[in-house]
Design a protein around this ligand. Structure first.
Ligand SMILES: C[S@@+](CC[C@H](N)C(=O)[O-])C[C@H]1O[C@@H](n2cnc3c(N)ncnc32)[C@H](O)[C@@H]1O
Length: 389
């Protein structure tokens, strides 16, 4: 793998994180679950990918998310946000707000439509990103900054909208292996050891919740012997935690992923784990810890199962492409005169990227879960795929 070289300072930070993870492995009898490795690689204060100095988003970073690509995304999303606020309460909590772009563009669009929420709270694990969010908002929507507050835990009760774009894919996952040559029926958990001065994979018999979930999946999907994939207990726990404090309102989740039967498809035998480093995508999570993103696709069936168990109702599930078209993306694009080529063409190109089935339109999904909301949601009017879950 030939990838751009990090600066000496970045290499030193990555080396310090490797030493921290190694020490944790040695302190835990030589093995940690991959969830712990991923958690430390992404969120160790000051050194993890999200909590350290890596640039992360945009052309100068490692990957581009929809709100970073174009303000059209957040402006279009505003139609769905507005409806949910009207049906519940005028409050928003955004979880995992990245650079703050979505918050700024969404608030400006809601202001233009005279439906600003009374409060907009941001919950993000990364102190570094919280600072970035504050400066994005101070730069682009300074007059709205007073409505925005940063919180460090879930409130005790919440009515309104909980919004998360590309959050679930960043939650640490366990790895499971369904059988090997000697023990085709045994389920293993794949974790990380330290051997010959380097991280190494090691499988141990799966136990507890990982075993229970892996066995459930084996009962629902056809998995060849040696099948490797991820199990996201964190996504289920995250959903259940919000469900437990939601009064009247909805969770609106946007992420790449599939229903379970597609996620655990027999041909996807190496899982969905991907790493992003300076716009190169690869599958080596041990490469430069702290300097690259580690991510997995979302098992949306797992999210709705957890939501149902915790009292949430499925309000809609569809592709990002269908959702944005339902919310009026083309009308928003048409605000820019088409004969103003210099302005129009880049936005038209970005809109195409958001909705094209070969780009983000099909792989990315939108799921709404809620309590006390009875009206059909505008974003799911055409092309709802709830039956596929
Ligand atoms: C892939 S980035 C997406 C950022 C942004 N939503 C966007 O679309 O550009 C994931 C974000 O989630 C945050 N995050 C990850 N786990 C979190 C958690 N458990 N609670 C709150 N924020 C979290 C990260 O710090 C980061 O801001």
């Amino acid at each position: 793998m030939t990838l751009p070289r990090p600066s000496p300072e970045a290499q030193r930070a990555s080396g310090a994180l490797v030493a921290r993870i190694r020490d944790e492995i040695l302190a835990r009898d030589g093995w940690i679950g991959f969830d712990r490795f991923m958690d430390m690689a992404l969120y160790t204060p000051g050194l993890g990918y999200y909590s350290g100095g890596a640039h992360k988003f945009g052309a100068a970073g490692d990957f581009v998310t929809a709100p970073e690509l174009t303000p059209l995304f957040s402006q279009t999303l505003a139609a769905q946000v507005k409806q949910i606020l009207t049906l519940s309460a005028p409050h928003i909590i955004e979880v995992g707000a990245g650079s703050g772009r979505l918050a700024a563009d969404l608030l400006l669009e809601l202001e233009a439509g005279a439906c600003l929420p009374e409060s907009y709270r941001i919950l993000d694990l990364s102190g570094e990103l919280q600072e970035r969010q504050q400066s994005t908002l101070a730069r682009t929507a300074p007059h709205l900054l007073e409505r925005v507050a940063w919180i460090d835990r879930l409130p005790e009760r919440f009515d309104g909208l909980v919004l998360a774009n590309e959050l679930l894919d960043a939650l640490p996952v366990h790895l499971a292996v369904w059988g090997n040559e000697e023990n085709p029926a045994q389920i293993f958990e794949r974790g990380v050891s330290w051997i010959d001065e380097a991280f190494a994979w090691r499988d141990i018999p799966a136990q507890g919740r990982v075993f229970d979930r892996a066995r459930q999946i084996a009962g629902e999907c056809v998995l060849p012997v040696g099948y490797l994939s991820e199990i996201s207990l964190a996504a289920a726990d995250w959903t259940a935690a919000w469900a437990s404090i939601l009064g009247n309102g909805a969770l609106l989740l946007i992420d790449y992923g599939f229903p379970r039967h597609e996620f655990y498809h027999p041909q996807r035998g190496c899982g969905t784990l991907m790493c992003h480093y300076r716009h190169h995508a690869h599958t080596e999570p041990f490469f430069l810890p702290g300097l690259q993103d580690i991510t997995t696709h979302v098992d949306f069936t797992g999210v709705i199962e957890a939501g149902h168990d915790a009292g949430l109702e499925l309000l809609g599930y569809t592709t990002q492409g269908a959702f944005l078209l339902n919310c009026g993306l083309t009308d928003i694009l048409s605000r820019i005169p088409a004969d103003d080529c210099e302005r129009y063409l880049p936005h038209a190109h970005a809109a195409q990227k958001l909705i094209s089935p070969t780009e983000m339109g099909e792989l990315f999904k939108v799921m709404a879960l809620g309590k006390g909301i009875s009206a059909p949601l505008v974003g799911f009017t055409l092309g709802d795929r709830s039956a596929s879950l």
